[in-house]
Design a protein. Structure first.
Length: 184
């Protein structure tokens, strides 16, 4: 299944496709994927980095200097470093999270994997992640790459999205369904 057409429909998708094709041609997919993973984690953990990429008040020059410093601190490969510099120069840093997600989908498709987005109320253990991957592999018949997110607001359970299919087993959704049923 070719997902590249749908990805290219968005601005972030076009940037992700350009980075993916360049990384593939340069045989740097693993290095770029690892760098983007570190960048994604830094975006989750650093309020300052999130502000940098989302604030329209940060000038183009300040953005370029800041992302260069962040790239050095995170040890990003040269291709990823140059890429986020281009995003900063073009005032597209606000698209960084979407670009990373689209790149991960393209890379997973290239490896013959399907990406499952998993949201849990608490961090999952390695054993739990492996059990989920095995179960999803049995259901889809393909290798599974996981994108784990923690959202305490779901209260418990999991929300799993594979492609266009979503399984919402969160306690929040079950409580909302019960409340709606009680209203009649």
């Amino acid at each position: 299944m070719d997902i590249s057409g749908g990805i290219q429909a968005s601005l972030a998708g076009r940037y992700a496709m350009a980075l993916f094709e360049l990384a593939r041609d340069e045989r740097q997919l693993d290095a770029v994927g690892a760098s983007l993973g570190r960048l994604k984690q830094a975006l989750r953990e650093s309020e300052d980095l999130r502000t940098l990429v989302t604030s329209p008040l940060v000038s183009r020059e300040e953005s370029e200097r800041a992302v260069a410093a962040a790239a050095d601190a995170l040890g990003l490969d040269p291709l990823s470093r140059n890429f986020i510099g281009v995003l900063a120069k073009n005032r597209r840093l606000s698209q960084l999270g979407n670009v990373i997600r689209a790149f991960e989908m393209l890379a997973a498709g290239h490896r013959g994997e399907v990406t499952a987005e998993i949201v849990s109320a608490h961090p999952l253990s390695d054993d739990q992640v492996e059990a989920l991957k095995a179960r999803l592999r049995d259901q889809t018949g393909r290798d599974i790459a996981v994108d784990l997110n923690v959202d305490p607001s779901i209260l418990g359970g999991l929300v799993v999205k594979v492609g266009s299919r979503m399984i919402d087993g969160s306690i929040r959704t079950k409580l909302n369904t019960l409340a709606h049923a009680m209203k009649g």
